[in-house]
Structure formats: structure tokens, C-alpha cells
Design a protein around this ligand. Structure first.
Ligand code: 5GP
Length: 119
């Protein structure tokens, strides 16, 4: 499967549709989820065209992967979630119900998040 340049997060990266940005650096962009599932719900995406964690971990450069992971941690710190705690989650593929085919890490915080998975 090839990367879809018209996916919604690609459009956000190109500035074609707006987002509520909370963080940006050379490797990553973070913005509030449009349909928040927790008091704090932010999405962190790499700037490169990677479909999911499988694609990114196999094909991302060391600099992209390092930069992205540092960005996820920085976003959590910037959101003041570290002391109380936060959860990160990345859906990969059909069984995980990944909706948008550009890698994104969800950052959830702001309340006790309960058990790991609600099935
Ligand atoms: P997934 O299920 O792929 O892991 O999560 C996709 C997430 O993207 C969902 O939480 C959904 O609310 C969010 N989302 C979908 N479209 C948009 C959009 O246009 N803007 C923002 N900020 N979030 C979006």
C-alpha cells in the first residue's frame, strides 16, 4: 500500500486545512484531536510521509525517529501531564481501527484513564 497524499493529516501538514496546533519542530507537529476522548487529547505526527508505525519504524531515518520520539515527550511535558500521568497510543492498521493513514500518536491525559483497553 502506498502513502495517500490526500489523507487529512497530510493536508494539515501542508496547511490546506486548519488545526489547533500545540507544538511544532523540524520533525513533528502536534495538534488537538477534533473529537477528544479525554480532557487532554493531542495527536503528534511526524512531518514525513509515513502511513503508520510499521512504515515509520522500517523506513524512517534515525534522525526522524529520534526527533519524533523526543517531540512526543516534549508535548507531554508542555501539556503539564507528566506529574499526574499520561497515556500514548498509536493505532496501526485494520484490527486497531486506524482511521487516518498517516502515523499519529495520541496523547491522553487530564483524568484517570482507566484500564488500558476498553474492548
Ligand atoms: P485513529 O483512529 O486513526 O488512531 O485516530 C484518528 C484521530 O484523528 C481520531 O481521534 C479523530 O478524532 C482525529 N481526527 C480525524 N480528523 C481530524 C481532523 O480533521 N482534525 C483533527 N484535529 N483531528 C482529526
Amino acid at each position: 500500500m502506498a502513502y495517500d497524499n490526500d489523507n487529512i493529516f497530510a493536508k494539515i501538514l501542508r496547511g490546506e486545512i486548519p488545526c489547533d496546533k500545540v507544538y511544532e519542530d523540524d520533525h513533528a507537529l502536534a495538534f488537538k484531536d477534533i473529537n477528544p476522548q479525554a480532557p487532554t487529547h493531542v495527536l503528534v505526527i511526524p512531518k514525513g510521509a509515513y502511513m503508520d508505525m510499521d512504515d515509520f519504524s522500517a523506513n524512517g531515518t534515525d534522525a526522524e525517529i529520534t526527533g519524533f520520539m523526543r517531540a512526543v515527550g516534549q508535548v507531554a511535558r508542555d501539556l503539564n501531564t507528566v506529574d499526574a500521568g499520561y497515556r500514548i497510543l498509536a493505532n496501526n492498521g485494520a484490527d486497531a481501527n486506524q482511521e487516518v493513514p498517516h502515523l499519529h500518536v495520541h496523547v491522553f491525559a487530564g483524568k484517570n484513564l482507566g484500564s488500558m483497553l476498553a474492548l
